[in-house]
Design a protein around this ligand. Structure first.
Ligand SMILES: C[S@@+](CC[C@H](N)C(=O)[O-])C[C@H]1O[C@@H](n2cnc3c(N)ncnc32)[C@H](O)[C@@H]1O
Length: 156
């Protein structure tokens, strides 16, 4: 969904195509309508629709990507996660819904205002207790977090 001339319209694949591997707009739209949107939790739908009215809405994670993220997190039994770049919180909500009740997300963004657009929906979904939002650039915070760490293994 996106707002154009005061009307809310569906975002078409052409507008989010840079985020998709699919080359066909019609196929992507078909997948969204027949497979992705019917499986989207109500809270995610609400956040997607609110985000669509925001002028920077192209920054948001797409609905298919949100469901992929949610599935991936469940597959690896993720509990403690980090998110760099929250915007209005679509991927944050996908994560918060996937991790267990005592899971935690350290969420960082330089812009709190956009996070606060989605926050009431995240609260209503009953998952805001999992989120530790920090406003500011992520790098200094990551440096701070790494101060007490003596070994990191990254498997690319
Ligand atoms: C593409 S958006 C993130 C989309 C989000 N994951 C979602 O699902 O809607 C990128 C975000 O990164 C944030 N950002 C940019 N530079 C940053 C930095 N140095 N540290 C933390 N966040 C940053 C921006 O404010 C913006 O909200």
């Amino acid at each position: 969904m996106a707002e154009k001339n005061g009307e809310v319209q569906e975002i078409k694949h052409q507008e989010v195509g840079h985020k998709s591997l699919l080359q066909s707009d019609a196929l992507y739209q078909y997948i969204l309508e027949t497979s992705v949107y019917p499986r989207e939790p109500e809270s995610m739908k609400e956040l997607r629709e609110v985000t669509a009215k925001h002028p920077w809405n192209l920054m948001t994670t797409s609905a298919d990507e949100g469901q992929f993220l949610n599935m991936l997190l469940k597959l690896i039994n993720a509990k403690n996660t980090m998110e760099i770049g929250v915007y209005t919180g679509y991927s944050l909500l996908a994560t918060a819904l996937a991790i267990p009740e005592d899971g935690k997300i350290l969420a960082m963004d330089i812009n709190r205002e956009n996070y606060e657009i989605g926050l009431p929906i995240i609260e209503k979904a009953g998952v805001s207790h999992k989120i530790d939002f920090r406003e500011g650039p992520a790098l200094p915070l990551l440096d701070q977090l790494l101060e007490d760490v003596s070994f990191i293994f990254i498997q690319p």
